[in-house]
Design a protein around this ligand. Structure first.
Ligand SMILES: Nc1nc2c(c(=O)[nH]1)N[C@H]1C(S)=C(S)[C@@H](COP(=O)(O)O)O[C@H]1N2
Ligand SMILES: [Mo]
Length: 435
């Protein structure tokens, strides 16, 4: 292993170029990725010498085009748990947590309130019959199967961290910046924090015979194939993870907040990939390919890159770490009586560092003051905060929360547009009326 795992993890751009070079040499696979996507990546990488011959032997063309997102049906079909409307807003096959409902919860989000992001629907997986198959060219030997009991016999670790969709906050590209984006119109509730308990992926990979030349792992869900709105079958939900991250802090979780993992959140076992975009945390994992050649899937080529005017034609590097955000636990357009004391509460989080400070403005951004933090900031997790406000002037205004993390990043006023609306990090202007 490299001496500093984190440097390798962070430099996704270099990693991507290396993958493409290997793909050109016929040493990387891209099953289920449209030929045009790999071509686009190659064209932009400046590595495209000898392209036609390679394409003839290596690329698998897929018919049709992959749309940016699934189509949203009118209900949260396919979710098993109840979705009371005071806690959730259904969005197609997904359910967004109403942030205001988190005010009555603690640091961790109860399963009852935790958002659900399903590409298709929650499958029923029989835990007693379930096995995890670990296989591939990055292993010495034929790989290994693990039952749930096998995983539970390994040293158990608990990680307190958020799972957050890369598209969380997407609707503000439109409502706040007037830009059009595709995808589920989340406000800020495509996030939850839990105590996740399970086995280290590193332990499982080593028991399966991990070789030093392994570069990628590809965990795959047991839910149904994902078919885009345009009718292209992209296969099972799967997304490659560089080996450095896989060996760092990733777990195979079988418990959430001290209970067996519930169906909607990946029962019996899911990955938890701290600080990374939610798609990395594959639910209902059934097998993990360990490869000595780089792997591609639609979830690191078409999806989960930044496309748009500010980005190269092949898009940014694949998304890895989450961005920085804040949200109030306050109804949208809340009415607040003047000359009364109000305790404004909310949460902030960052995938890059821990939260260093949160500033609040109750006058539409003219003046700012520090919020009081209620959690010791932890990597990959959110902090709760509060501030008191006694408004005196009646009428509509906005309240704002702006976080800064330990890497020195502060939430900007505007997020650079990308077509799929990922990683919105701008300060959200939350409307209230003082009455
Ligand atoms: N197998 C599988 N894993 C998956 C998904 C999925 O649809 N199928 N959705 C991903 C996405 S996009 C997100 S944001 C998280 C959501 O996790 P949650 O539903 O437990 O909140 O799971 C990820 N893992
Ligand atoms: Mo997501």
């Amino acid at each position: 292993m490299p001496t500093d795992i984190r440097d390798v993890v962070v430099d996704e751009a270099a990693y991507d170029r290396r993958r493409l070079r290997q793909w050109l040499a016929g040493r990387a696979r891209a099953d289920g990725v449209a030929r045009r996507d790999v071509l686009r990546l190659l064209a932009a990488s400046g590595l495209a010498t000898g392209l036609p011959a390679v394409l003839a032997t290596t690329a698998r063309a897929s018919a049709g085009t992959a749309s940016a997102t699934g189509t949203a049906s009118a209900s949260a079909a396919g979710i098993v748990k109840p979705l009371p409307e005071e806690w959730f807003t259904p969005r197609g096959t997904n359910a967004e947590t109403n942030f205001v409902s988190l005010a009555s919860t603690g640091h961790h989000t109860p399963v009852s309130h935790f958002f659900v992001r399903n590409h298709t629907s929650t499958p029923h997986v029989d835990a007693t019959a379930w096995t995890l198959k670990v296989w591939g060219s990055g292993l010495a030997g034929d790989g290994r199967q693990f039952t749930l009991d096998d995983l539970k016999r390994l040293p158990a670790v608990t990680r307190s961290c958020v799972v957050e969709c890369a598209g969380n906050g997407r609707s503000f590209f439109t409502s706040q910046q007037g830009q059009s984006v595709s995808g589920t119109a989340w406000t800020l509730g495509a996030i939850g924090s839990a105590g996740w308990r399970g086995a280290r992926l590193a332990d499982v990979l080593r028991l399966a015979g991990l070789r030093r030349d392994a570069v990628d792992v590809l965990p795959r869900g047991l839910d149904a194939d994902y078919v885009t709105a345009g009718g292209t079958n992209l296969g099972r939900v799967r997304r490659p993870l560089p080996i450095a991250k896989a060996l760092d802090d990733v777990i195979l979780a079988y418990e959430m907040n001290g209970e067996p993992l519930p169906p909607d959140h990946g029962a019996p076992v899911r990955l938890i990939v701290p600080s990374w975009v939610g798609i990395a945390s594959i639910k209902w994992v059934g097998d993990i390919e360990v490869s000595d050649e780089p792997l591609f899937s639609p979830w690191n080529t078409d999806f989960y890159r930044l496309f748009g005017d500010a980005y190269p034609p092949e898009g940014s590097s694949p998304l890895s770490r989450q961005t920085i955000k804040s949200a109030f636990e306050l109804p949208w357009n809340a009415s607040l009586p003047a000359h009364a004391n109000h305790r404004l509460t909310g949460r902030s989080w960052s995938g890059a560092g821990t939260i260093a400070r949160v500033e609040i403005s109750t006058d539409a951004g003219t003046t700012w003051r520090r919020a009081h933090l209620h959690d010791a900031p932890r990597r990959g997790d959110w902090v709760r905060w509060s501030t008191n406000w006694r408004p005196t002037t009646t009428g509509p205004t906005t309240v704002l929360a702006r976080a800064t993390d330990t890497t020195g990043r502060t939430q900007p006023q505007v997020t650079q547009h990308n077509t799929q609306g990922y990683l919105f990090d701008a300060v959200v202007r939350h409307p209230v009326t003082v009455v």
